[in-house]
Design a protein around this ligand. Sequence first.
Ligand SMILES: [Zn+2]
Length: 317
Amino acid sequence: MKHYRFFAGLFLSIILSIPSLSYGDGEKLQVIASIFPIADMARQVGGNDVEVTTVVPAGASPHTFEMKPSLIKTFASAKVFLMIGAGLEFWADQLIQSSGQKLKPVVLSDGMALIRSADPHHDDSVKEVPLAPKSAHTEHAHSHDLHTGNPHIWLDPHLAKTMVTRILEALSIADPAHALAYESRAKAYLGELDALDKGISDTVNQFKTRQVISFHPSWDYFAARYGLTLVGVIEKTPGSNPTPREIAGIVSSIKAYHIRAVFAEPQFSPKVADVIANEAGVKVLILDPLGGETLPGRNTYIGLMTYNLQIMKEAMQ
Ligand SMILES: [Zn+2]
């Protein structure tokens, strides 16, 4: 983090000395974000100087998103495309190419140590699950994780801070005239993310249950950051159902750890989660890894994380 701040500072002093490629009054920097959490971060940093479009709408999942040709126009008029990378935006290549040279994708996960499903650290915890068949845990990741790593970095506020720093750099390069404003908003927002992180830490430290059954492999970074253990995942590949054997494994994990709830997610059908919850005699609660502009309470990244923390509290405290 220190390095990023240093480079951001150095970098700003360089670009501020470049006479303006700047935007005229009222003309906002056009930014595209693949998913809502990135869009909110860009709005927090960009304020009134940017106009941010989110590609994946509220209620949809980036894992099952189908690119619409109408997006080509959006991409043609934008200057910055902010994306996670790690295979999350598998639908974006055509859009990036169609925009020609002027739209530079900013891959926010670049250089991060991504969690992989074959990560030995993760396999260790399998040994702690005496009743579960090993399939319940060994592959809790997207089918493509082995190659690209798990993309859900934004659900760890520490990595979110790195993302914000990168967004600051990207906006400042694209629109140097507003670099100072971007920097001061980013600084304030990074402070809010520190407070969020502390709030999550304090709450999670009081949890009685530290084992989690997640719906898809979205909470791996969150769990790693705050000391929770993922003991099962309902849809290892988002959108595809578990086998009866995998369901049985999840149910035995729930019983072994006295887990009180399984988590579903608003972007996918809760059907399988309901089946598992019924069989194990626990409830289904909704965790939301994505949020969206139109969802009250979940229409900022911080609001989204606060919502999720409340849900986890209900299940685990
Ligand atoms: Zn996901």
